[in-house]
Design a binder for this molecule. Structure first.
Ligand code: GLU
Ligand code: MG
Length: 432
């Protein structure tokens, strides 16, 4: 461990999408990796406001788990001098895998894909709004260089910290909403992509605070405004070949990648309960905001929930698909695992994609059954209905995790039942 590093933050992400932590002195890291650090399982039914619900298998004050840091991912934090970080897997007291561990779920789905000879490469985009004293910290226009000039030291330090941590940054830019920025990172294995989503966010948060700024990652910062997405990019690989290109299917997809994407597209209404998990998520999911609220796909179409990108002909890595309807309240381990489960179900069913959609579906024919693509669920209960009926996701997640997720979604629905959109935005934007 590098000199001057004293604390190791060991994190996992709960079903509400909040990153929770136990920290140990670095001297105890080896012991933590061997025996784990104790932590109650009750966090799997925590809500966004730290209130607690319960579910059939998870909840209540009893029991204990072992948090086992993945030292392969141990990273010295550039934005928090003196600190290192590692994500954890969670085991029971006997050392067996904990049934409701989200990261172990993602690992299981990666193994399942490998049994089909498929390797996934994934990457999350991180969007956030940066404020000073409760107002946007810069006034420059959307995508405007002016914002990078206004916050030059800050943006440079975000980049520098990420690069110092070994994160391969692809780009950073001002986004559409006031004070909004985005950073995207190179694809990696699915569990690694989820780990990176956590690391990137906590780095942005830490650097922001060092500049007297607050980074907000909630799905919406202002009700009625453009929100923060948490888009997921993915590509399928076999024997070093990108299956999203060079095949006979649409825009060069191979049969496996078409079937996988068809499985994901078909499952999107249920997947929203994972990828758009908060009542606040449905304030973001409005047409014509590039959030992808229609259940359709298209070539480089930013209003389709599933955007296919062919990339340059000489770039074998470039071809990939982007799921746009997810946001940053989502647990990234649940997202990666659930998307793989849905995709593999598509492969098992030899599913085919419907024709691609061009242009903004909101401007086209009426949504299905009028002929145009269907609107995705407009509320968390609607998404939860689809989730509850998804045998594929229930089987993949296992009862304990599935039911804990349902309990948290129901409880958050109730929590905000009497709240106005702005009250929901206010209560959630700074929590993730
Ligand atoms: N901020 C948009 C969202 O809510 C996404 C903008 C973009 O396409 O990057 O998803
Ligand atoms: Mg963006």
């Amino acid at each position: 461990m590098a000199e001057g590093v004293h604390g190791a933050a060991l994190t996992w992400v709960d079903n509400a999408g909040l990153t929770r932590v136990k920290a140990v002195p670095v001297g105890r890291l080896a012991q933590a990796a061997a025996r784990g650090v104790g932590m109650s399982p009750v966090f799997d039914v925590y809500l966004v406001d730290d209130s607690i619900t319960t579910s059939r298998h998870v909840g209540g004050p009893d029991g204990d788990l072992r948090l086992v840091p993945d030292l392969d991912r141990l990273t010295v934090l550039a934005g928090q001098p003196g600190w290192a970080w590692a994500p954890v897997d969670r085991y029971d007291q006997q050392g067996g895998p904990y049934a409701a561990c989200q990261r172990l779920f993602a690992r299981r789905m990666v193994r399942r894909a490998a049994e089909h000879g498929i390797e996934l490469r994934m990457g999350f985009e991180t969007e956030w709004v940066v404020q000073r004293d409760g107002v946007p910290a810069c006034t420059g226009p959307a995508y405007g260089m002016a914002r990078v000039v206004e916050l030059s030291d800050y943006v440079e330090e975000v980049l520098r910290a990420l690069v110092a941590q070994g994160v391969e940054v692809l780009q950073i830019h001002p986004e559409y909403a006031e004070g909004q920025f985005e950073v995207s990172v190179a694809p990696s294995d699915p569990v690694g992509a989820a780990d990176l989503a956590v690391l990137v966010r906590e780095t942005v948060r830490a650097v922001s605070l060092r500049h007297g700024l607050t980074a907000l990652f909630g799905p919406v910062v202002e009700a009625g405004g453009v929100g923060n997405g948490g888009h997921l990019h993915l590509s399928l690989w076999r024997d070093g070949q990108n299956l999203c290109r060079g095949g006979p299917g649409p825009f060069g997809m191979t049969p496996d990648s078409e079937a996988f994407l068809a499985g994901v597209l078909d499952a999107l209404p249920a997947l929203l309960a994972i990828g758009a998990p908060s009542p606040a998520s449905y304030l973001r999911l409005e047409p014509s905001r590039w959030a992808g609220v229609f259940q359709c796909w298209g070539l480089e179409n930013r209003e389709a929930a599933l955007r296919f990108i062919t990339g340059a002909p000489d770039d074998p890595e470039g071809a990939n698909a982007e799921v746009k309807c997810f946001d940053a309240a989502a647990n990234p381990y649940l997202v990666t695992g659930a998307v793989i489960a849905a995709g593999l179900a598509g492969i098992a069913a030899k599913a085919a994609l419907p024709p691609p959609v061009q242009g903004d579906p909101a401007a086209g024919p009426e949504p299905a059954p009028g002929g145009g693509p269907a609107r995705l669920p407009r509320s968390l209960p609607e998404a939860l209905d689809h989730f509850g009926r998804s045998d594929v996701l229930r089987e993949a997640l296992g009862d304990a995790l599935f039911e804990a997720i349902v309990a948290v979604r129901r409880a958050e629905t109730e929590l905000f039942a009497g709240s106005s959109p702005q009250e929901i935005a206010d209560a959630t934007r700074g929590r993730y």
